[in-house]
Design a protein around this ligand. Sequence first.
Ligand SMILES: *[C@@H]1O[C@H](CO)[C@@H](O)[C@H](O)[C@H]1NC(C)=O
Length: 202
Amino acid sequence: MELTNKKTVLVLLCFRPVLAIYVASAPITASAPVPPPISQPPTVVPSDPQIKSLCAKTEYPDLCLTTIAPFFNGKTDIASVVEMLIKAGTEQTKQANATATKMAADPKYADDPKTISGLKGCYEMYDDALDNMQNAMDAIPVHDIGTIETMVSAAITDYGTCDDGFTRQPNPVPDGVSPMVDINENLQNIGSIILAITDLLH
Ligand SMILES: *[C@@H]1O[C@H](CO)[C@@H](O)[C@H](O)[C@H]1NC(C)=O
């Protein structure tokens, strides 16, 4: 009896480290057949060299990687990367629209009808940008590179037009500065990344 107990403890001790490594690495290696020997931190940036090299060809390599990360599906061909980036751009455009919606409800802007109307103009621009992103997405499987470029460029213009809704105020307060400017700049940079990688499809 005592011997059996000792044996059980020994067996448990032997397996515990293996189990710990397996459990620690399970969430990031769910699809990998063999867990890596060292459990990695839950990094969100794809470490794939092909993705890195594609992103390095854009003006914003770091933003490229972090933008792809939540949509990275393991594929590294250019068309798939363009697809992941368009999905990311779509998601971030929806988030921008939600931010604009929250802002419009902020008591801070209650007595500021110009800002409210500017934000409402942004809803329309984000809506249009989403249509353009969808059209770009639809053009990927048919290899219509020109349409991808036209549509992503149109989305970039939409983000700028949202900002223009504030800068064209007749009586610029802290004037003419769009409260969405940082978000729009980020969206425009993502658009520029998509264009740079789409260009590699030629
Ligand atoms: C953007 O926000 C407005 C206001 O909340 C909403 O009416 C509209 O449906 C939103 N558009 C999208 C595409 O989510």
